[in-house]
Write a protein that binds this ligand. Structure first.
Ligand code: GLC
Length: 463
């Protein structure tokens, strides 16, 4: 969709409305600087009382990327600066960035989990921060900011946290349930894919941004170990699945084929037909005896964008999604994960969470804000020289889904998510005027119009 193309009126109106919501109502200022965008613009008192009026770092990812593509680098710099000033100095969370913050008259109050379910502090904001800083640097060439002592110290503190000693030998980052976009119990504790892929991005970005060579090298070495680990332990293909089904169990020693002691019977029945003959994807989580075979969209798509996988395997993920289009994209793209936890698994693993009912919210709900990640993955794959036919099919589909969103989202009041397995509807509990829903649309449009924009997120090539 080149810039010169005249857009149909519905698309134009949707984009204009989204732009107005972003600038007039979502982005807020703190003193004489930009603070970031609040998560939603709820009219509803109940939602306003929840933390949706706070500035979530993760919800600002599409906002900041969109602003960079619009040349508004000053807003992004202010946001990066303010969020870094909130980096935790407390003993247990030293170096971590908050999940969200709210700016009052004289200071900003950050949430390190003290207000969240389970009192968990999110891991993803700390991992996104260096990735966003790298994107900012690519867009602005502002080396002075990146090399300033405050930023360099912040990066070092963050890296020290990521490389701290832990109780295992693997390069993964272990987190409790609810430490990322999925902010409540969904059996994602351990080493969930999204966190590992973001960790890879953060390590690569730290390696490129840190001036202190020893720290930069340590980040690169760990990133390489992590990539190898993910490709070995998380990657599933039909072939690998067949091998896993024949794995020996109860092996002891450092040459074990099955170090996680996974029993073949623990592999769910749906996986084999769903994979088909040419698909492949990263598992949701690897844990001793209990691998999580669910497909998590964000982790898999970011694995493409960050080049955690070689090109042919990136293509395998895109083929898999295409093959299961009805289940993953459905009527309102994109499902957060597939399949949902149902029955007794839902009862036990979510604690009967009414918000995470099967096929709703995080538990297989459909999030319009995830569509831009799919565009980013396809465009990245295309620019790296991926399979032409596959790219063409995807580009047509992306156009179609983007147009559909432009037609649907304004009338639906930009909901946070949709629910339902077959017939998907606006979720009764969903927040309206959700910032990453309308900014996701703007970013998706910007990426489809200027595909080179995706290079902002590239972690290839050292500067
Ligand atoms: C919910 C979501 C989380 C998001 C927050 C604000 O808690 O689970 O991912 O950041 O809302 O939109």
């Amino acid at each position: 969709m080149p810039d010169s193309v005249v857009l149909p009126a519905t698309l134009q109106t949707a984009l204009q409305t989204a732009e107005q919501l972003l600038w007039d109502r979502a982005l807020v200022r703190y003193h004489d600087q930009w603070a970031g965008a609040i998560a939603a613009l709820p009219e509803d008192q109940e939602l306003a009382a929840a933390n949706y009026r706070e500035i979530f770092i993760r919800d600002n990812v599409p906002v900041m990327l969109y602003l960079l593509l619009q040349g508004k680098t000053d807003v992004v710099r202010d946001f990066l600066q303010l969020s870094l000033s909130l980096q935790s100095q407390a003993l247990q969370t030293y170096g971590i960035l908050p999940t969200s913050f709210v700016c009052e008259e004289t200071h900003c109050v950050a949430d390190y989990g003290q207000r969240a379910i389970g009192r968990v502090v999110s891991a993803d904001p700390s991992l996104w921060w260096p990735v966003l800083l790298q994107a900012y640097r690519r867009a602005s060439h502002d080396d002075a900011f990146v090399h300033s002592p405050t930023v360099q110290q912040g990066l070092q503190r963050l890296l020290a946290f990521l490389l701290r000693p832990v109780f295992n030998q693997n390069p993964l980052l272990e987190v409790p349930d609810g430490a990322f976009m999925v902010g409540r119990p969904l059996d994602v504790a351990g080493a969930p894919l999204e966190i590992q892929v973001l960790l890879y991005g953060a390590l690569r970005a730290c390696g490129q941004l840190l001036q202190y060579t020893e720290a930069a090298n340590a980040a690169h070495v760990q990133a390489r170990r992590l990539r190898q680990y993910l490709c070995w332990h998380y990657w599933v293909t039909p072939d690998r699945l067949r091998r896993w089904q024949q794995w020996p169990t109860e092996e002891f020693g450092d040459r074990s084929h099955n170090p996680y002691n996974i029993q073949p019977i623990a592999i769910p029945d749906w996986v084999e037909p769903w994979l088909g003959e040419s698909g492949g994807y990263f598992l949701g989580n690897i844990r001793a005896g209990r691998p999580d075979f669910r497909f998590f969209s964000l982790g898999n798509l970011l694995a493409i964008v960050f080049d955690v996988l070689p090109l042919n395997q990136q293509g395998a993920i895109l083929r898999l999604i295409l093959q299961n289009e009805a289940q993953i994209l459905g009527q309102v793209p994109l499902r957060l994960c597939y399949p949902a936890l149902t029955g007794s698994a839902w009862k036990i693993l979510t604690g009967c969470d009414p918000k995470n009912q099967p096929w709703s919210y995080h538990n297989g709900g459909s999030w319009p804000s995830l569509l831009w990640y799919l565009s980013a993955a396809v465009l990245h794959y295309q620019q790296r020289g991926g399979d032409r036919n596959l790219c063409q099919v995807w580009l047509n589909k992306l156009q179609h889904y983007h147009t559909q969103q432009c037609e649907q989202l304004p009338g639906d009041e930009w909901p946070e998510y949709y629910e339902g397995q077959d017939s998907v509807q606006i979720a009764t509990r969903a927040c309206r005027y959700q910032t990453w829903t309308f900014t996701g649309l703007l970013l998706n449009h910007a990426l489809l119009s200027q595909p080179q924009g995706i290079q902002l997120l590239s972690l290839r090539g050292l500067p």
